[in-house]
Ligand binder design. Sequence first.
Ligand SMILES: Cc1cc2nc3c(=O)[nH]c(=O)nc-3n(C[C@H](O)[C@H](O)[C@H](O)COP(=O)(O)OP(=O)(O)OC[C@H]3O[C@@H](n4cnc5c(N)ncnc54)[C@H](O)[C@@H]3O)c2cc1C
Length: 358
Amino acid sequence: MRARTYDVAVIGAGPAGAVFAKEYAAAEKEKRILLIDGQTEERPKVCGGLLSPAAQKVLAKMDLTLPKSILSDPQIFDVRTVDLPKHLIRHYQRHYLNMNRYAFDRWLLSLVPPTVDIFKGHCCSVTRGQNGFLLQIRTNGVMQTFHASAVVGADGASSLVRGIFFSHMPLRYIAIQQHFNPHRTDTVPPYSCIFDPVTSESCSWTICKDGEVIFGGAFPKKNCKASFEHQRARVEEILGISLGTPTKTEACLVCGPRRPSDLVLGGDSVYLAGEAAGFISASSFEGISGAVLSGRLLARAFSNGKTPDAVLHLYRKYTRALRLRIIGKFFKRAVLFSAPLRYLIMKSGLLSIKKFDI
Ligand SMILES: Cc1cc2nc3c(=O)[nH]c(=O)nc-3n(C[C@H](O)[C@H](O)[C@H](O)COP(=O)(O)OP(=O)(O)OC[C@H]3O[C@@H](n4cnc5c(N)ncnc54)[C@H](O)[C@@H]3O)c2cc1C
């Protein structure tokens, strides 16, 4: 740790924060960058750990290839989409990579140049002072103060930075996941997406990963635990699978942006990237691609913008296509989550894999 005064402090070392720090430090070697890493192995990011084609494309643009050690077993070729009340199941081809999410985050972090100060801890407060920002970081019960001229909130769905500086938060669900070691994994879909308006306006899923089955879902905050239990029971009963006793239960917030105004890029030397900015798919909760891409584009805006306003202007310009893609997902969600439209699409078999086609 060289200094307690930085040009920029990045809160959150997930994909958005790590990629921002990596790219900005590589372009501007003399800049003093602080990256606050709040994730621990004991409490890893709750995630399905599926790397979408959009995320693979962003990594390819950065000339990155994924180490094999990050991949999980099995690799998945399709999503089994289930309309639970209608007992309707369709398979759709998907090109995701199934991976260990914690290993992925640590790998991205390992790419951050040594000129960046990576500090383990939890940022408890950010206040605007006369010459920048004061940050209070707690590590093992000890509070330390840092100073920075600019702040990047890459702190995900529970963003402290967005909460302090930008009042409007998008709709958020509680995502709950349980891990199981069932006797027979062959009865559980390797990857499924389950629509069941009985328990949630959102969806639930199963993902097989390294001998485990993850069953998860996103639920409105009210009665989320009971809704999750109800959903699990319905899935086991209707799909005829037995998950057994969970070995682990985890939960976190997940954003469900619905309007263009849910996407907030920043202002007055405070910038948001990744899910904190609202860059997550409203239809599938796919958020790694938006996190990596926005981190990268914000780094470019920092390099090319000479003033805070210019940085924001460039960030807005660079993220135009990404914002349009996220807004497109609002419409996709409206179709997929409308019970009659979803039924019509699934019933028609449009774009689905017909198992007995030659
Ligand atoms: C259950 C679930 C399943 C998902 N599955 C997928 C999937 O399969 N594929 C996919 O693409 N997306 C998935 N997503 C979405 C995806 O995980 C996120 O959108 C993505 O991780 C966002 O990246 P990020 O860097 O913006 O934020 P995050 O990955 O959330 O990283 C934020 C980081 O900031 C840290 N942090 C937060 N607050 C503080 C603080 N105050 N001080 C210090 N550090 C802090 C956190 O510890 C974390 O490390 C899923 C989300 C959930 C909830």
